[in-house]
Design a protein. Sequence first.
Length: 511
Amino acid sequence: MAKQEDVLKKIIAHAKEYGFVFPSSEIYDGLSAVYDYGPNGVELKKNIRDYWWKAMVQMHENIVGLDAAIFMHPTVWKASGHVDAFSDPLIDNKDSKKRYRADVLVEDYIAKIEAKIQKEITKARKRFGEQFDEKQFVETNPRVLGHLKKIEEIKNRLYPAMERSDMEAIRQLIIDLDIADPISGTKNWTEVRQFNLMFSTQMGSTADGASEVYLRPETAQGIFVNYLNVQKTARMKIPFGIAQTGKAFRNEIVARQFIFRMREFEQMEMQFFVRPGTEMEWYKFWKEQRMKWHLSTGIPAEKFRFHDHDKLAHYANAAADIEFEFPMGFKELEGIHSRTDFDLSAHEKYSGRKLRYFDSEINESYVPYVIETSIGLDRMFLAVLSHAYTEEKLEDGSERVVMKLPPFLAPYKVAVFPLTKKDGLPEKARQIMDNLKFDFMCFYEEKDTIGKRYRRHDAIGTPYCVTVDHQTLEDNTVTLRERDSMKQERIPIDKIAGVLAQSLSLKNQGL
Ligand code: GAP
């Protein structure tokens, strides 16, 4: 088994054992690509959501929030293009009876060629040592050039075929590349068919009077249809943004890799409304801002990269992903899109309402252009969790699993332990906890040895543990133990809140 899969398996098992993420309806053997967040997961998820909200809304005077309903008028999805174009090309293998996204089969094939290029680079780097010039090597090595040419040729067939919705051309590409089903190993493929990803249901009490409504596949449309309500009531002037977090639903066919691709998930989106013609400058601005936010979590820069899109969605004139190195490799974490006036103009057309903004600075009325930042909360959760998960061998030969979460994201900020269950220590510990709990998420426990209690809190990422012992009763000091260094120091009780506040302050995060 590949090592990367091993890591993901360990994270999934740890997430379940320590109450971060459970499979949905587990007693009925689960529901594919649907997950529930447990007591620690819900705290971590909330903290990530709050951190995003603070960075986007609280830190920007010209961005305000919205909480639109999940159900929307069905015409919204006609106007947005989701009814006609929000679909994946699917192909079945007749032997394994497995269903695949046809474009993903081809993209996986490209990824294999990319891995070959990477192997050549690693080999050459070893051979040439210090003097190795990667750029020159990639531009001149015949084998690498051959691989790059092949990738180019495949992309030149795949993307135009996707653009034209030419299912036969995509199938022919799979046949020509000799792609086999990873399960059956055969090339016995069906036709490629388009499959719409939206879930629908009926609204209304009788079958006759009921109308078909959709579970929103993105939160963005709730922002578009409310943009004038928000602009007028919050007295916003262009450029301004509207932020929203909330559930989205997609009937993903290739649902895999834990909470990376789910059928019910949460998005954190912001639409930034700008004067037409200025969109590229704002697109650049938001690309930088969003990367800055990711780095502000303390996760190192080499775990992130931009991927500028060759193939643009029907609504975009520029788009990039921020990719994160998950246990299964670099994958999309967030999208930044310059969506032009596509959505607002479409809603003008379908609703018959004017969605123009009067720009008093230039005395002109226009449909604003939009820059969108869109990140999956569950994907960010997986990024944070997988980066934090650490197995350590300690000096005494023992091992510990520690979640090195940024303290401000950790489910609990401090755990308070009485050394023993007697001599008034629990009462003293409770007093400390009762004082701290107004400002910090605290955990109290008195069961098991202190060592075991430390390990349990390492495993859920609690940055500080406070131990109350007999000396505390004499001089009002406690032992404060820091999670990552495991260093312990004796401090007065009235200094605990200050240490926590300093370590949790977002002022030091470089937002
Ligand atoms: N409004 C634009 C939009 O929805 P998207 O690239 O389809 O764009 C944005 O989705 C983000 O939502 C992705 O970068 C990803 O983080 C998250 N996302 C999309 N589909 C997802 C799924 N099935 N499961 C979990 N997260 C998903």
